[in-house]
Design a protein around this ligand. Structure first.
Ligand code: AMP
Length: 439
């Protein structure tokens, strides 16, 4: 196995890596780091949990540490992410791995006062991590100038497209120099991603690692066939019987997430919902309480959960299957991380049989089924169309064989990046504010 030293990273970075306790690069890091260091464009298929963030952050820090410092208001590296949580995590990684280097990073997302962000930008920023909406606000106010960007990273590009950010991304692309290094990370290479990449990347090196959980034996997966009306009771029974203390539960809709969290609390299971309508303060608090096990259950929508890094999460429950099979892989990727074993449980009612088939097709294997006594599905119940959730305008349903409703996605997808932590000083705790949405 290759070591970080062999990858040619400088001593300051190796020291930061050692302090994090990493002993060897993950596969995506071993593949991506040399490509980035060589100055090449990169198209990487890797999802959260693979170590992809360090895969681009480490070589970027190395490259930037050897080049002239940033001018005021002109970042040299721009990392775009779909959600504020992911943006916060990436910027945190930049600060962690860059701890012994004199590089400045700033985090920008919407929902809070723009003032502190403007101040941070004025102080000079080498590495800017941003969600697209607020970044464009800054561009509009001329508080950031993207004309000196040397490296552009699109992180979780598939999710940005799903969330309807394509126009914002195109606006940003028009503002950065043509001559630059571009790194595109995506969980999957859909046609849309390929077409984005075609127009953007120059002679990219393709790097692919197996989605952790498509292959990992670390996650045991099980389906409980159950009627929709009995799902909640089944979940409560599973949590009680097995003494699950830390469970991430996925719902398709924000409303569903809120309702379930309320009902669980009534059943004496401490739960909170996390989704795009919650203020940043509420989301941060819920996540912190969940991590410290003050909360037993975090009920999340797909978009809110994206990018959450919760170490060694033991249980993931799909209270409802996702509309897009790939999201199943993302969801169960929240468990069994970093070598620990995990359990992914799906409560599947008759309406969802088509979705389940799509997922099993994607996994190329059936998932073990188990019917619990008292929760046997009633054979007289007929399948009904699935209530449409909060899918974005991007990826449409293409797979056949499911009984999804034909509803068009409702309205504009939730805009992330409505809250901010503008902060270029290292080691500072995040200043999360709850704030209103909108620009
Ligand atoms: P990511 O896929 O970037 O979200 O990273 C997933 C998790 O893996 C994060 O908690 C990282 O801190 C951790 N990680 C990243 N690189 C390594 C490594 N080489 N060895 C062990 N853990 C790592």
């Amino acid at each position: 196995m290759m070591s970080f030293t062999e990858l040619g990273l400088r001593a300051e970075i190796l020291r930061a890596i050692a302090e994090e306790g990493y002993t060897e690069p993950t596969p995506i890091q071993a593949k991506a780091i040399p490509v980035v260091l060589a100055g090449r464009d990169l198209m990487a298929a890797a999802q959260t949990g693979t170590g992809k963030t360090a895969g681009f952050t480490l070589p970027i820090l190395q490259l930037m540490s050897t080049r002239p410092a940033a001018q005021r208001g002109k970042p040299r590296v721009l990392v775009l992410t779909p959600t504020r949580e992911l943006a916060a995590q990436v910027e945190e990684s930049v600060r962690t791995y860059g701890h012994f280097l004199p590089l400045k990073s700033t985090l920008i997302f919407g929902g809070v006062g723009i003032g502190p962000q403007i101040k941070a930008l004025k102080n000079g920023v080498d590495i800017l991590v941003a969600t697209p909406g607020r970044l464009l606000d800054h561009v509009g106010q001329r508080t950031v100038d993207l004309s000196a960007v040397e490296i552009l990273v699109l992180d979780e590009a598939d999710r940005m497209l799903d969330m309807g950010f394509i126009h914002d991304i195109k606006k940003v692309l028009a503002l950065v120099p043509k001559q630059k290094q571009t790194l595109l990370f995506s969980a999957t290479f859909s046609d849309e991603i390929r077409s984005l990449a075609n127009g953007l990347l120059r002679d990219p090196q393709l790097v692919e690692v197996a989605p952790r959980n498509a292959t990992a034996d670390l996650v045991t997966q099980r389906v409980y066939p159950v009627d929709k009306a009995k799902k909640r009771d089944l979940l409560i029974k599973l949590i009680d019987d097995h003494h699950w203390h830390q469970v991430l539960v996925f719902m398709r809709t924000k409303h569903g997430a809120n309702t379930l969290a309320e009902k669980l609390n009534k059943a004496d299971i401490s739960a909170a919902a996390i989704h795009g309508n919650k203020s940043q303060g509420a989301r941060t608090r819920a996540l912190a309480d969940f991590k410290s096990m003050k909360l037993n259950v975090l009920v999340a929508t797909d978009i809110a959960a994206r990018g959450l890094d919760i170490d060694q999460l033991p249980h993931v429950v799909n209270f409802e299957l996702p509309n897009v099979p790939e999201d199943y892989v993302h969801r169960i990727g929240r468990t069994g991380r970093a070598g620990s074993s995990g359990h992914a449980v799906s409560l599947v009612c008759i309406d969802e049989h088509g979705l389940l088939r799509d997922i099993e097709r994607l996994l190329k294997k059936p998932i073990e089924k188990m019917v619990l006594p008292g929760f046997e599905p009633d054979p007289s119940i007929r399948a009904e169309p699935i209530e449409n959730g909060q899918r974005g305008q991007g990826r449409q349903q293409q797979r056949s064989g499911s009984n999804r409703s034909g509803n068009a996605p409702k309205g504009v997808p939730p805009r992330p990046g409505r809250s901010s932590r503008g902060n270029s000083s290292r080691g500072n705790a995040a200043q999360h504010h709850s704030g209103s949405r909108g620009r």
